[in-house]
Write a protein that binds this ligand. Structure first.
Ligand code: BG6
Length: 491
């Protein structure tokens, strides 16, 4: 199976925070891979920009090391690396001062090509950099601004941030990254739903019993304690990644794959989320925080030790029973859960169908309801659980088995990192996999009252041991409804 790569038009990608962690681990490797597949045309350039004093040659050395560390040997060949490094330039720019801006302007010149500004910097610099770019005359018809979460800490700060950026860039020039939308299987969810006639007639409350969305991580906060402790799992994961997944599962079929057609439908879902407040927050949410335990066979410290603050009440785990009040989904719970230091890294979406209405096989043959499991990571793939006759002689016995499709096995291609897709979609001007301003704000509109209700009702975190599946209350959350969290029987 060979993949087809369509070259993009000539561009300049300016990466603010070009020497930072995101650039090193994700952006440079992703851009390299796309360049190595010959998707860059002409003399498309990548311009690192940050306060550090560095020459372009030194930046190339920095990038070469980043590729050594984060791109597999089999993907690095000398010619591709050399070609890629030649495209790199560096300007030392102080986002809030005058230093470096004239050099950046001179480097960009008046080329008539796509100009993308990726702000891999603290969100408090989004507004000031957008304003500078505008003030320096660097924003033209072909300019794009790329920003990434956290987009605000709550609704008010998100509105302010969007406003600050929106003063200098039109909404269609702003690309808000949620890297979950760039994951292969997330895009596959759209293919599954809208390129097959099979599922859509069943995709509603008449046939779906409930939906589960799990994003489990085995890692802890990994040195990001400062940011994380002010954020917690609900802001870090639910407000963005989990709600985006929920939207893709629950939205109506858009009229086309165009950015606004898709985003309009996602927005409608967000607006239909049943509010959670002081009256029900205790019943439909669970907050957890890990204490010392194990990751695999290795002993790991608890959250409070990792962040060195024994008073923190920040949640590292959250489970929520969400409801969507619309015609399609009324009465179908969406159970969301995410946490750090869980037993494994796994992200999956489970569509649990209702049981068959009548059993013709007799009382002793129990049947399980059908279930569709879309696995985002690792081992991306789709499993459709069905009932079959147990093969072989011995009468009519039934068995629940998956039609199992692992994408890696079926297609034998490397699954691209989310940033590879997203970075080039910016150049293509395709905003389908990016969040629109009103989506981000709607997500906060639902999340803010949950956080406020936790505060108001004094809902403290419940402890869970690192390496377990979260607080026992999260099991109760779903079992109270006569359901259980999905565990792969065949794993
Ligand atoms: C980020 C969060 O957005 O997503 C991190 O800030 C989290 O806390 C990460 O670890 C998970 O992403 P992935 O792609 O590894 O599932």
């Amino acid at each position: 199976m060979t993949s087809k790569f369509i070259p993009v038009e000539e561009f300049d990608y300016v990466v603010f925070g070009g020497t930072g962690d995101l650039a090193e681990r994700k952006l440079l490797p992703a851009l390299y891979r796309r360049a190595a597949d010959f998707q860059f045309t002409g003399d498309s350039r990548i311009i690192g920009a940050s306060r550090a004093k560095m020459t372009s040659e030194e930046y190339r050395q920095f990038a070469a090391k980043a590729l050594d560390a984060h791109v597999g040997d089999e993907e690095r060949d000398q010619t591709s690396v050399a070609d890629f490094l030649e495209r790199l330039h560096y300007v030392s720019v102080d986002a809030t001062q005058d230093a470096g801006w004239s050099e950046l302007k001179a480097l960009l010149g008046d080329e008539d090509r796509v100009r993308a500004f990726y702000l891999a910097v603290s969100p408090r610099l989004f507004g000031p950099i957008a304003s500078r770019l505008h003030g320096e005359g660097l924003v033209n018809e072909h300019s794009r601004l790329v920003i990434e979460k956290p987009i605000g800490h709550d609704l008010a700060s998100a509105i302010e941030l969007n406003r600050a950026v929106g003063e200098h860039f039109r909404e269609d020039q702003v690309y808000r990254i949620d890297h979950y939308l760039g994951k292969e299987t997330v895009q596959n969810l759209m293919a599954l739903r809208f390129a097959n006639a099979l599922f859509e007639p069943l995709w509603n409350s008449a046939h779906v019993d409930h939906v589960q969305i799990t994003v489990a991580e085995s890692l802890g906060v990994e040195g990001r304690g400062n940011y994380y402790d002010h954020s917690g799992a609900i802001r870090d994961m639910v407000q963005n990644h989990l709600l985006q997944l929920l939207c893709l599962v629950a939205m109506e079929p858009p009229a086309s794959i165009d950015a606004d057609a898709v985003r309009d439908e996602k927005l409608k879902v967000l607006r239909c989320l049943e509010p959670i407040g002081p009256a029900n927050v205790g019943d439909v949410t669970v907050r957890g925080q890990y204490v010392a335990g194990a990751s695999g066979t290795q002993a790991v410290p608890g959250y409070l030790d990792e962040i060195d603050n024994d008073q923190s009440d920040t949640e590292t785990y959250v489970a929520i029973k969400a409801e969507i009040s619309n015609w399609r989904w009324a009465g179908v719970p969406f159970y969301l859960r995410t946490g750090k230091r869980l037993p494994e890294r796994v992200s999956e979406i489970v569509i649990q169908f209702r049981p068959a209405p009548h059993n013709i096989f007799g009382e002793e043959e129990r049947f399980e309801a059908n279930r569709l499991v879309v696995r985002l990571q690792p081992d991306e793939g789709v499993k459709q659980w069905i009932m079959i006759k147990d093969p072989g002689p011995g009468g009519m016995r039934l068995r629940h088995v998956p039609l199992d499709m692992s994408f890696a096995k079926a297609f034998n291609v490397r699954s691209p990192d989310a940033y590879e897709r997203l970075l080039l979609d910016v150049i293509r001007g395709n905003a389908t996999l990016f969040m629109r301003r009103d989506e981000v704000e709607s997500a906060w509109t639902w999340v803010d009252p949950i956080i406020a209700a936790w505060r108001e009702t004094g809902k403290k975190v419940q402890r869970y041991t690192a390496g377990s599946w979260g607080p026992t209350a999260s099991i109760a959350l779903i079992e109270r409804d006569g359901r259980t969290w999905y565990e792969d029987e065949n794993a």
